[in-house]
Design a protein around this ligand. Structure first.
Ligand SMILES: [Zn+2]
Length: 218
């Protein structure tokens, strides 16, 4: 049996990272490790790691790296050594990347590839700025630029639509800025290790997926 691919997926908010992770998981039979989902899991169940994270959150402090790293590494190390995974939302800074690197190397399972979905700012603003959510069933809708939203109703249930504060243009710009600050040093780190692959992401989901699959096969 061949070993599974060990992969990190980077991409700005609106790059379609979740969708691509899902497709890669199915096609390559990988475990998808989403840091957001893992945190929700530990907090929801009140596990020892969840309780540790919660202490900081209750004080309004950031969860320190060591707790985040423990949460992610516990999951990574629970995967059989020949099993592949996709890390999504981790690492977020050079320290996390460094600890991950050392831990994986000590277990002879280095990362195979780091995929960076590159999407232009205008495309991100377009995608996120046009995202409206149904007030009732929460299904997402896409509204074109300049289109009037006041009378727009949900395709599924007919309820009104609204835009999350997070998706308003100024908030989107801020999210992109934070993402760039966080990831730029990480991309350099992985480029030096020769595992970074840049994928142009201003395309349809299918097209982007094909580009990733082609890059992974070569
Ligand atoms: Zn609805």
């Amino acid at each position: 049996m061949t070993k599974g691919l060990r992969l990190v997926l980077f991409g700005p908010p609106g790059a379609g990272k979740g969708t691509q992770a899902q497709l890669l998981r199915e096609r390559l039979n990988l475990t998808h490790i989403s840091s957001g989902d893992l945190f929700r899991h530990h907090l929801g169940l009140g596990t020892p790691l969840g309780l540790r994270a919660k202490e900081y959150m209750n004080r309004g402090d950031l969860v320190p790296d060591e707790v985040t790293i423990d949460i992610i590494l516990e999951k990574v190390m629970s995967i059989p050594s020949d099993g592949g995974f996709i890390l999504d939302g981790f690492p977020r800074n050079p320290n996390q990347a460094d600890v991950l690197d050392k831990k994986l190397a000590a277990d002879s399972r280095d990362l195979d590839v780091v995929v960076h979905l590159k999407v232009s700012e205008s495309e991100l603003l377009n995608r996120l700025g046009g995202r409206y959510i149904c007030r009732d069933c929460q299904s997402p809708h896409s509204i074109g630029e300049g289109e009037d939203t006041t009378d727009k109703k949900c395709d599924r249930c007919g309820a009104g639509l609204y835009q999350r504060d997070d998706d308003a243009p100024a908030a989107v710009m801020k999210r992109i800025e934070v993402y760039n600050e966080e990831t730029t040093p990480l991309l350099g780190f992985y480029q030096q290790r020769g595992v970074l692959v840049e994928i142009p992401g201003d395309h349809s989901v299918d097209r982007v997926n094909k580009l990733i699959m082609t890059a992974l096969n070569s």
